[in-house]
Every structure is written in structure tokens, then in C-alpha cells.
Ligand binder design. Structure first.
Ligand SMILES: C[S@@+](CC[C@H](N)C(=O)[O-])C[C@H]1O[C@@H](n2cnc3c(N)ncnc32)[C@H](O)[C@@H]1O
Length: 177
């Protein structure tokens, strides 16, 4: 059950595990209700999805129990994610922790029908992330409150069309179907 993920992680590992290595709370559990209401509006549920920004693997844990398969990418390898995925017995995750210049080459070989963009949040980085995944035509963005993220999403719409089907404080969902 997606609704029980946050509590189960806290019960097993303590609140600390939901903090990033640099101290701030991981966003998804903090905004769990908003996140789950966004997922509930996205249809069809993806078959294979790509995530940029694994961190502690918490958002991956939600997506893994929503989509059929998730490939997740990060430039860091935060080890706690493996324990979290083991706790939920998740078997449908491919995880790549590699240098940033390798990620576009790996994603170019992936077939996927949905992407979650939650890597670095400056404009240039989000534009690069969009370029890697936009061919799937369905992208969920996190940290949409950020003006940099908004600017990158607006550039996408200006160049590629499509539209935002969902906009909340923290999330935006773009589709070009
Ligand atoms: C906000 S955290 C992701 C949180 C995670 N999605 C969650 O909610 O559980 C952002 C992550 O993006 C990663 N990151 C930064 N630049 C990146 C890049 N160019 N490619 C992939 N990941 C990147 C960081 O290392 C960090 O772990």
C-alpha cells in the first residue's frame, strides 16, 4: 500500500533515514498526501518508467509499487536505498549510480513510457534531464515551486508543445499525447 510506505520506513529505520545526507528532509514523504493524489490522477499507470534522482530510494519505493518497472539514476550511491528496497521486497528496480556524463548514454538505450525528474534543480540541469527523457511524452517534475524548474518546464512547452495536465505546489505533470 502506497499510503503505508512513509510510516513503515520510519518504524523500521527511524525518522533519520528520511533525511538527506546534507540534512534536509527528503521531499516525497514530507508531501506524501500531495504526491499520492498526483499519482492517482495519472493514467494510464506507466509500464516502464525512468527516474532521475534516486537519493535514498524513497520515491523509487513508491514508484516501484505503482509502475511495472523503474530504472532509477543518480550520480551518488546512497547505500540506505538497498535496505529500504529489501524491506519492501522490491524486485522491479534497475538502479544506476554513475557519473553524470554516462547517464544520457544509458537512458538513450532505455524504452520507457513515463519519467520522474528529481535530480539537480537548477535550470540547466533540468533542461538536460528533460532532453534525456522527453521522448516518452509523459514527465512528472518535482520541486515545481522552484522558479528554475518552472522556467525549464516552460521551455519544454515552448519548444515541444504538450501541456501541463497537473500543477500543484510541488509537482507538475507534462504530457504530449
Ligand atoms: C532531491 S534528491 C532526489 C530525492 C528522491 N527522488 C526522493 O524523493 O526520494 C536529488 C538527487 O539528484 C541527484 N542528482 C544531482 N544531479 C544529478 C544528475 N546530473 N543526474 C542524476 N542525478 C543527479 C542528487 O545526487 C540527489 O541524490
Amino acid at each position: 500500500m502506497l499510503e503505508q510506505i512513509r510510516q513503515r520506513i520510519i518504524d523500521t529505520f527511524g525518522e533519520e533515514v528520511l533525511k538527506k545526507p546534507f540534512g534536509s528532509i527528503v521531499h516525497i514523504p514530507e508531501f506524501e498526501e500531495e504526491f499520492l493524489s498526483v499519482l492517482a490522477k495519472i493514467s494510464p499507470v506507466p509500464n516502464v518508467m525512468v527516474e532521475i534522482g534516486t537519493c535514498s530510494g524513497v520515491s523509487t519505493t513508491y514508484f516501484s509499487q505503482w509502475a511495472s518497472h523503474i530504472s532509477t539514476y543518480d550520480i551518488k550511491n546512497v547505500k540506505i536505498k538497498y535496505k529500504i528496497w529489501e524491506l519492501f521486497n522490491l524486485k522491479n528496480i534497475s538502479c544506476c549510480s554513475v557519473q553524470s556524463d554516462i547517464i544520457p548514454k544509458l537512458i538513450a538505450n532505455e524504452k520507457f513510457d513515463f519519467a520522474f525528474v528529481d535530480g539537480a534543480h537548477d535550470y540547466e540541469s533540468v533542461v538536460k534531464d528533460i532532453a534525456m527523457v522527453k521522448r516518452c511524452r509523459r514527465i512528472l517534475f518535482h520541486d515545481y515551486y522552484s522558479l528554475e524548474v518552472q522556467k525549464a518546464v516552460n521551455s519544454l512547452i515552448a519548444t515541444d508543445g504538450g501541456k501541463l495536465k497537473i500543477e500543484t505546489n510541488n509537482f507538475a505533470y507534462w504530457e504530449k499525447i
